[in-house]
Design a protein around this ligand. Structure first.
Ligand SMILES: NC(=O)c1ccc[n+]([C@@H]2O[C@H](COP(=O)([O-])OP(=O)(O)OC[C@H]3O[C@@H](n4cnc5c(N)ncnc54)[C@H](OP(=O)(O)O)[C@@H]3O)[C@@H](O)[C@H]2O)c1
Length: 279
């Protein structure tokens, strides 16, 4: 069985590639600059070459998306729809990755796969449009929504606050966005479980437990022994071009039923990851 990873050089794609290889699959990764999914023929080539396609490619610059709408929708919506039609036509299997940014409520109720969506910015809207379009293509697919991901192969909240803390002694961090930092290594294991079981439909996956961005930052600094002055603030006080969801609590009970491993609490995953950052 051949797996084709679209966006295979990205933060998640790299980990999915490594795990697919160690799980015994033949794997090909496709990414920029050689394989641009917006260019004619690229998606056709990918779907023709692989039996299973894992789509980790996305326009992920959440704030920049507000001023680059066309490009964002092209990659996150149009290309996903086209990929779905090709997968349906060629009778392949697709795992597509999506995000908590399809939500936008400020309750404290954990969100399951049937919860009401309400994206607040262009990135979230484009990802939702991609999900909805894919669902209408007739493809054999699953969509995995994940959140607050971090890994060794890309910039993320954890790496960014560590970088910022090396420059500034005082950091302002929001305390009203609640979710669960989730390692791309664990997301990759969840993707492999979807692939092995050929699961169909929509699934949520995140680490266990919830925390605010502020609490995550405090945990990180404590673990790596950095003494920093953190000023908690509200999202309204921390203005960014794109609004972020306040409630990113995921209910993962649907995926838990077939995962071959137990999800860990976010602190346990992060502790392990941060061993790399200790001096
Ligand atoms: N990061 C998070 O916190 C987070 C949270 C929830 C869900 N997700 C989802 O997880 C998935 C993987 O994201 P990630 O965090 O691994 O982001 P990433 O590191 O930005 O990976 C995305 C990859 O897609 C590539 N790509 C972009 N445009 C492309 C195009 N036109 N043709 C081919 N490849 C293209 C990117 O290449 P360039 O780098 O060269 O642009 C990059 O290698 C995405 O679906 C994202 O929406 C991420």
């Amino acid at each position: 069985m051949k797996i084709g990873i679209v966006g295979g050089n990205g933060m998640l794609g790299c980990d999915v590639h490594a795990l697919s290889v160690s799980s015994g699959y033949e794997v090909i990764s496709y990414d920029l600059p050689m394989y641009d999914i917006t260019k004619a023929g690229t998606l056709e080539l990918i779907v023709d070459t692989a039996d299973i396609i894992i789509n980790c490619a996305a326009y992920t610059a959440v704030d920049k998306a507000e001023s680059e709408q066309k490009k964002c929708y092209e990659i996150n919506s149009r290309c996903v729809e086209k990929l779905g039609f090709l997968v349906a036509e060629r009778r392949k299997y697709l795992v597509h990755i999506s995000t908590d940014f399809v939500f936008g409520d400020d309750t404290d109720i954990p969100l399951n796969e049937n919860s009401k969506v309400n994206p607040l910015g262009v990135y979230g809207k484009s990802k939702l449009e991609g999900e909805l379009a894919l669902q209408k293509t007739g493809a054999f697919f699953s969509i995995l929504r994940t959140q607050w991901t971090y890994g060794v192969n890309g910039d993320n909240f954890v790496s960014k606050i560590i970088k910022a803390a090396k420059i500034d002694d005082t950091l302002k961090i929001v305390n009203d966005q609640i979710g669960s930092p989730t390692p791309t290594a664990a997301v990759s294991k969840a993707i492999m479980a979807l692939v092995k079981n050929r699961q169909e439909g929509l699934f949520h996956f995140a680490s266990k437990g919830y925390a605010s961005r502020c609490e995550v930052a405090m945990f990180v600094f404590n673990e790596i022994g950095l003494s920093k002055n953190i000023i908690p603030c509200s999202s309204e006080e921390f203005i960014t071009p794109a609004k972020r969801p306040k409630n990113s609590r995921f209910d993962c009970s649907k995926i838990d039923k077939f995962l071959p491993f137990e999800r860990l609490v976010w602190q346990a995953y992060l502790k392990e990851f941060l061993k790399f950052y200790k001096v």
